[in-house]
Design a protein around this ligand. Structure first.
Ligand SMILES: [Zn+2]
Length: 144
């Protein structure tokens, strides 16, 4: 943390809050610097809902997807805490969607081996959405 900071909010690269995510205790202060953690930039239920409520209102987004995202985010909070504040999230997302497209190809290969209907069109459509997500994430990464 910069000693010259006049902010009363934590500006640690990775605030030390993650050990306190267990139920019933979260006091809102950084264990590194002792300053306040602004809930506007923490991974909280409120911020999750703010983002995913918008996503859920768009065509093609099913509640099952949002619930899957919620389960994964909640599972990751105690382990990863605030690491996302010091990570290139768009670049990490690009890695994930590239893996997703590979999974779609692997799905076809497995189905082929097992003599099942490959449904290439559906797998390609899913991979196409990953490609679009990849491009958008790179665009976000290039923004200030
Ligand atoms: Zn701090």
């Amino acid at each position: 943390m910069a000693e010259t900071s006049v902010s009363r909010e934590c500006d640690c690269p990775v605030p030390a809050d993650h050990k306190d995510f267990h139920a019933g205790f979260r006091d809102g202060w950084c264990r590194n610097c002792g300053r306040k953690l602004n809930p506007d930039w923490l991974s909280t239920d409120e911020n999750f809902n703010r983002f995913f409520d918008h996503l859920a209102a768009t065509p093609g987004v099913h509640p099952e997807f949002v619930e899957h995202c919620r389960r994964r985010e909640l599972a990751g909070r105690p382990e990863f805490g605030c690491l996302f504040l010091d990570r290139e999230n768009e670049i990490e997302g690009c890695e994930e969607v590239a893996d997703f497209a590979n999974y779609m190809m692997f799905s076809l290969l497995r189905r082929r081996r097992e003599g099942r209907h490959e449904n290439t069109a559906k797998a390609l459509e899913a991979a196409r959405h990953a490609a679009i997500a990849h491009r958008l994430a790179l665009e976000l990464a290039s923004e200030d």
